[in-house]
Write a protein that binds this ligand. Sequence first.
Ligand code: HEM
Length: 199
Amino acid sequence: MQMNMISTPVNRATRHVPTWIVYLAGLIPLVWIVWLVLSGGIGVDPVKGIEHRLGKDALWFLVGGLAITPLRRLTGINLIRYRRAIGLLGFFYVALHLLAWVVLDMALLWGQLLPDLYRRPYLLFGIAAFVLLVPLALTSNKASIRKLGRNWRRLHMLVYPAVILGVVHYLWQMKVITQEGWIWAGVLTLFLVLRLFRV
Ligand code: HEM
């Protein structure tokens, strides 16, 4: 009863929000980064500033996507129809984050990529996460859902190892894990446990 007091008005309000609004709102962090670059507010090391912000945005969308099913089961708030948009935005920010590494950090010096991976092995975890996310992004459309049938669900379970790899990559690049890092790890663990118990 009490659950409905919250979920019913939220569901009623979001029913009229089309998914394109979510895509559009999802571009706000990117516009913010562009603004910070143009206004000189990105920090003393703009490449790091851009790279880190894109990585963090990716994390928000990817982990946010994992929250949608437990949110519905625990509170009744149903945002399932926005899950694809949130997941694709996560992939979009990971792709930009990867691009920032290749173009800005490595300055397109292809010969530097492998030595950098050797120097910073946590990048491999990020790349592995990206590789797992590619088939998910490519099959996030109605035709693929129809074509793959039950296998579509199985395939999309890859989001869990992908986000785990992404979070490990994030924690490892910190060297000393901060309070924020522990919070991300805790939230991810919570979603994994909820998934395990099918909550
Ligand atoms: C799911 C995939 C990924 C996620 C969630 C992710 C997330 C992050 C986050 C949150 C940070 C740190 C941000 C901060 O401290 O504010 C970071 C750093 C970084 N990531 Fe990723 N990342 C992913 C994949 C990748 C890939 C594919 C690459 C390309 C090789 C990459 C390269 C980097 C680099 C170069 C840094 C900066 C490390 C440093 O300053 O030493 N990441 N990433």
